[in-house]
Design a protein around this ligand. Structure first.
Ligand SMILES: C[S@@+](CC[C@H](N)C(=O)[O-])C[C@H]1O[C@@H](n2cnc3c(N)ncnc32)[C@H](O)[C@@H]1O
Length: 206
């Protein structure tokens, strides 16, 4: 993350926004259950809210330093902090009742890698488990904000198809200043996931 993120994502204003507006509107539509995985917690604005709503919260952060700060803050509590990428989760199939990813997919450099993260989320959810997520919408301001940083915003319209292709059902995609989505891993027959959707042009390049 660049300095803009370090400043904004750890600010009380950002925490108030994500905790007051984003997360309640997602959890209104999704039962988080007891065991939740959050991918890409950063400074922990969502973590702080979520940890009061589940029995056990695992957070997986690719940045060592950010993960270390969270591990110090939550030592001895119900938050387990791990370092790694959401694209390769070291948890068995069906480990979690819910998975969340907030404001992080646009930091993932390719659509294929974003799909890999969503496919891994699907794999580690138990049947009937819920995915909740949010992300910033593309804009010139957002592009400038990401100067020197990865900037790969999600197009909202294909999100439904991307999640459906990965195997999710009961999918809701909302565009309300930002992108929000909720999806369920199906129960019963047909509950297996599909292969990640290839990035456009990937076949030609191969
Ligand atoms: C903009 S911050 C968002 C932090 C927090 N989720 C929030 O909404 O306040 C994005 C975070 O995602 C992390 N991240 C990016 N790619 C990741 C990946 N593949 N796996 C896990 N974390 C990742 C970054 O290191 C960063 O901490």
């Amino acid at each position: 993350m660049n300095e803009n993120h370090a400043r904004v994502c750890s600010s009380p204003e950002w925490a108030a926004y994500i905790q007051g507006e984003i997360l309640p509107s997602l959890t209104d539509q999704a039962d988080l259950g007891d065991d939740m995985l959050e991918i890409g917690p950063g400074p922990g604005a969502a973590t702080e809210w979520l940890r009061h709503r589940v029995k056990r919260l695992t957070v997986l952060e690719v940045d060592d330093e950010a993960a270390g700060k969270l591990a110090d803050r939550y030592a001895g509590g119900n938050v387990e902090v791990a370092v790694g990428s959401g694209a390769k989760l070291g948890y068995p199939d069906g480990s979690f009742d819910s998975v969340g990813c907030f404001t992080m997919l646009h930091h993932v450099p390719t659509v294929a890698l974003q799909n890999k993260i969503l496919a891994e989320a699907f794999r580690v959810l138990r049947p009937g488990g819920m995915l909740i997520g949010s992300d910033s919408l593309a804009s010139n301001d957002l592009r400038h904000f990401h100067s020197g940083d990865t900037y790969n915003p999600i197009e909202p319209a294909p999100v439904l198809g991307r999640l459906q292709t990965l195997g999710f059902d009961k999918i809701t995609v909302m565009v309300d200043g930002i992108l929000k989505f909720v999806a369920r891993k199906p129960t019963g027959p047909g509950a297996c996931g599909a292969e990640p959707v290839p990035e456009p042009g990937a076949e030609a390049a191969a």
